[in-house]
Design a protein around this ligand. Structure first.
Ligand code: SF4
Length: 281
C-alpha cells in the first residue's frame, strides 16, 4: 500500500437529474431533495474547480454526471470537459463517473484523455434490490468489467450505513476484490430528510472497523479512499481513518453536500506527518 495520501476532488458536471430510484441518492428526481439541479455545469466553473483542486494538492479530478449511464450527449460533454481540463491543468489525473458504460463508450472516454473510471457496486448483490429497483446490481458489476476490459484504471467501492448487514458488507467487499480495483472509495451514508432511508446507524468505531475490513479484504488495491460522508461520520475523529488503512480522501465539496475547506485537510495531513502523493503510480 502506498503510504502517501492521494487527494481526489470530485466535480458534479451535471446534477440532480437522474430518474433512477437509488434510495440513498439525493440526485434522484423522485425524492425532491433540496439540492442544486442543472443539466451541464458551465465549463468555466469546472475549470476553476479543477485549478483549485490542483492548487490544493489533488491528483485526481473526477467528472461526475447524475444519470444511470451515458447518453451520446453526455458522452460528448464529458469528453469536451476532459479536453478542456487537460489544457488548463494537465497535472490532474482525470477520472469519469458517469454510471453504467459500455466498452465502446469507455474507449471514447479513454481516447479523450480520461485515465480512470469510477463505478461503485454500492452494496451487496443480495441487498441491492432493497436500495434500487430501477436497475440491477449485475449491470454495475458488468460496467466494472468493461472498465477493466477497456484498459482503464478501475475505481470501485460502495456505501455503508444503508441498513445493510455485516454479511452484506463482507459480500460487497468480496465482489469488489474479484474486480481488482486500483482504488476503493468507501462512502458513508449522509442522510437527507427527503430520502426514505433511515439515518446511517453506524458508530464511529464501527465505521473505522469497516475501513480496516476494506483494507484487509482488498490487499492488492493501491488505495482505500474515504469519500462521501467523512466529516459527518467521523467528525473530530476523522484523522483516525489513516491508522485503519485509508490512504486517499476526497477533498473539497461532495456531489450535493459541502465538504470542509481543502486547507483544513492539508493541515490535518501535515499534523499527522502524512505526505500528499505527488504522482500516481
Ligand atoms: S443512478 Fe446514480 S445518480 Fe442516479 S439515483 Fe442512482 S446513484 Fe443517484
Amino acid at each position: 500500500m502506498d503510504k502517501k495520501i492521494f487527494l481526489c476532488s470530485i466535480c458534479n458536471i451535471n446534477s440532480g437529474t437522474c430518474n433512477e430510484d437509488c434510495k440513498f441518492c439525493s440526485q434522484s428526481v423522485r425524492y425532491k431533495a433540496d439540492i442544486e439541479r442543472y443539466k451541464q455545469k458551465p465549463i468555466e466553473r469546472i475549470l476553476e474547480e479543477a485549478i483549485a483542486a490542483r492548487d490544493n494538492g489533488a491528483l485526481g479530478f473526477c467528472l461526475v454526471t447524475a444519470d444511470k449511464g451515458l447518453t451520446e450527449k453526455t458522452l460528448k460533454f464529458v469528453c469536451d470537459v476532459a479536453k478542456a481540463v487537460i489544457e488548463v491543468a494537465p497535472e490532474l489525473r482525470l477520472i469519469a463517473c458517469n454510471g453504467t458504460a459500455t466498452l465502446e463508450q469507455l474507449l471514447v472516454l479513454k481516447e479523450a484523455g480520461i485515465k480512470a473510471y469510477n463505478h461503485n457496486l454500492e452494496t451487496s448483490e443480495a441487498f441491492y434490490p432493497q436500495i434500487c429497483t430501477t436497475h440491477p446490481w449485475s449491470e454495475r458489476y458488468e460496467t466494472c468489467q468493461n472498465v477493466n476490459n477497456a484498459g482503464m484504471v478501475l475505481i470501485s467501492g460502495g456505501i455503508f450505513g444503508l441498513g445493510e448487514t455485516q454479511e452484506d458488507r463482507v459480500s460487497m467487499l468480496a465482489s469488489l476484490n474479484s474486480l481488482n480495483p486500483t482504488s476503493v472509495p468507501v462512502n458513508f451514508y449522509h442522510h437527507n430528510e427527503a430520502l426514505e432511508l433511515q439515518p446511517n446507524p453506524l458508530t464511529i468505531d464501527e465505521a473505522l472497523e469497516l475501513i480496516k475490513l476494506t483494507r484487509n479484504t482488498l490487499p492488492e488495491a493501491q488505495r482505500i479512499m474515504v469519500a462521501g460522508g467523512r466529516e459527518l461520520m467521523f467528525g473530530a475523529r476523522q484523522e483516525e481513518i489513516f491508522a485503519y488503512g485509508a490512504n486517499s480522501i476526497v477533498i473539497g465539496n461532495y456531489l450535493t453536500t459541502a465538504g470542509r475547506v481543502m486547507s483544513k485537510d492539508l493541515e490535518m495531513l501535515a499534523s499527522l506527518q502524512l505526505d500528499v502523493a505527488k504522482k500516481v503510480k
